[in-house]
Design a protein around this ligand. Structure first.
Ligand code: ADP
Length: 535
């Protein structure tokens, strides 16, 4: 027997209707190149979404057509998020920091018909547009007067595109499984792969991120996603904040500028901010050097790469800001787990509690996790067994865009991460499969070694990679960028590990670099480090 409840599709359009009805007056602050302090409200954003949808219909956008963005976090990008998805198009967010060759591959593979770009990225477009034969129309995210002379064909400003369009749009009743947006993974091996989100997956992910033990936003919160809207939906914040009515503070092109971030956070009274560890490390150094304080921030959500212990301690003890560790991936929309205490956490001593808080946390309802060994056999959740982490759930990818084959292994998505899970559900990542170091037949966790290295006062950034070894097959090599003005030699750094990890885990050698290479998403690129230091 079926239940007799309404068949109410879970769509971004229904989310937009809800936000309009309940939180239309909540504020959205953005930094943009032309207007350093732009203020608007959700209702105004959705009004302009309708104008955008009318303009795109006039240009001939058909259901399912892909619309690319190369843009920072600001209100116009948000209008594209809702306008394109709700009219039945697919918003394709593209990371402007990718190499030209990756951009060419991604935009052509996705078959984008329209491309919207930030004015700061015009030089990139001028160089690359001949490589995008399928793009019919280029739009620069600026006002009419700010549109420069350019060699990009058919270039028009965003404001001119939507000017004079009707601010009502008859939003279609979409099936909840309709594609809403897409994002390519950076593809550390092989070509980038397209993850195609649906309205349903987006809405369910949004609901889950609102849970108290996940991001837990409230109407009174003021939220700054430093994590870019071009990468994994800014961790869902551009959906979740409007859903509950939080004020959004969008940093535009200033996401990598600690001074601008601190000023914005204090002036707009931000209480929650989200970003990768690299961003928060930079911010910490800036706070230390300038003597400034974050006056209103109470919570930082850190994810995308492991949160270093020293960073959590620094923010919490010296700045009184709670650090909340999260894990996810583009294929998971992206949230997979967030660290929040259980009732039992209160019984732990300080050391055990910190160790628990440094894990990647627990999965919300909607993410099932399991560990398997190399034969695909399930491993126990005892906090000790370490295996390949697999996941499944309604916001996990099942197949990549235009791929023939399923992305699943017996119904599970293999994350490429290696982890343990304890009996309370706390998941702890020790490595990525391809970064593991196998010494004398035993695994060494590069993440744990990096964490120890980063706790040394002179170390600004650290990475550990496997170095080929005659006897042990592989041994850990530590690569370090020292903090400005700090000094430490290899012997001192190696001695730092004594008593902190098993003796045979201690790196054999240390190399110093002025800069560590990063991927387009701000993570240390071990691929490049291997090319640089191993070859
Ligand atoms: P990419 O940057 O490779 O395009 P993602 O941004 O989707 O892809 O990265 C997902 C990967 O990032 C995860 O599989 C995991 O290896 C790593 N990651 C994300 N969050 C964490 C975390 N909190 N701790 C350790 N690793 C993390």
């Amino acid at each position: 027997m079926n239940g007799l409840m309404m068949d109410y599709p879970l769509t971004v359009t229904s989310l937009m209707r809800h936000v309009n009805a309940q939180h239309g007056a909540s504020e959205v602050y953005s930094l943009t190149v032309e207007n350093p302090a732009h203020r608007t409200r959700y209702a105004e954003i959705f009004r302009r979404c309708a104008q955008l949808a009318n303009a795109l219909r006039r240009l001939g956008l058909k259901p399912g057509d892909r619309v690319a963005t190369l843009a920072w976090n600001d209100y116009r990008h948000m209008e594209l998020y809702y306008g394109v998805s709700c009219m039945g198009g697919v918003l394709h967010t593209v990371n402007p920091r990718l190499f030209p060759e990756q951009l060419r591959y991604i935009i052509n593979h996705a078959g984008d018909r329209y491309l919207f770009a930030d004015p700061l990225l015009l030089p990139l477009l001028e160089k690359l547009h001949p490589a995008f034969p399928a793009v019919e129309r280029y739009v620069l995210l600026c006002g009419k007067g700010a549109l420069p002379e350019s060699s990009v064909p058919s270039l028009i400003s965003y404001e001119e595109l939507i000017e004079g369009e009707d601010d009502n749009y008859d939003w279609p009743e979409l099936d909840e499984n309709t594609a809403s947006s897409m994002c390519y993974t950076s593809g550390t091996t092989g070509n980038p792969k397209g993850v195609l989100y649906s309205h349903r997956s987006t809405v369910l992910h949004t609901y889950a991120s609102g849970l108290s033990d996940i991001i837990g936003l409230k109407s009174t919160d003021i939220v700054l996603p430093v994590v870019p809207m071009f990468h994994a939906n800014a961790w869902g914040v551009v959906y979740c904040a409007p859903m509950v009515g939080s004020k959004l503070v969008l940093p535009g092109p200033k996401a990598g500028d600690p001074e601008a971030l601190v000023a914005m956070m204090n002036a707009e009274r931000v209480n929650t901010a989200l970003g990768v560890p690299t961003v928060w490390m930079g911010l910490l150094s800036y706070l230390d050097a300038s003597g400034q304080r974050l006056e209103t921030v109470s919570k930082l959500v850190v994810g995308g790469a492991a949160c270093p212990r020293s960073m959590m301690e620094d923010f919490e003890t010296r700045h009184g800001i709670e650090v909340c560790h999260a894990w996810g991936m583009t294929e998971m929309s992206p949230l997979g787990s967030v660290n929040a205490p259980t009732a039992g956490s209160a019984d732990l001593d300080a050391g055990a509690l910190l160790a628990q808080r440094l894990t990647q946390g627990r999965a919300p309802y909607g993410v099932e996790m399991r560990l398997v060994d190399d034969n695909g056999e399930a491993l126990p959740r005892d906090g000790k067994a370490v295996g390949r982490l697999q996941v499944r759930g309604p916001w996990v990818a099942s197949r990549y865009y235009r791929a023939e084959e399923s992305a699943l292994d017996n119904g599970w998505f293999d994350t490429g991460d290696v982890a343990s899970i304890d009996s309370n559900g706390f998941m702890n990542i020790t490595d990525r499969t391809k970064d593991l170091i196998k010494s004398g037949g035993e695994w060494i966790s590069s993440i744990e070694l990096e964490d120890v290295a980063m706790s040394h006062p002179a170390v600004g950034e650290a990475a550990v990679i496997a170095m080929p070894h005659e006897k042990w097959a592989e041994r850990p090599l530590l690569i370090v960028r020292l903090k400005d003005g700090a000094a430490a030699d290899a012997d001192e750094l190696i001695a730092w590990f004594e008593g902190k990890v098993a003796k045979w885990w201690i790196p054999d050698a240390v190399r110093f670099a002025n800069e560590l290479p990063h991927t387009a998403t701000g993570k240390v690129s071990k691929l490049k480090l291997r090319e640089q230091f191993i070859a």
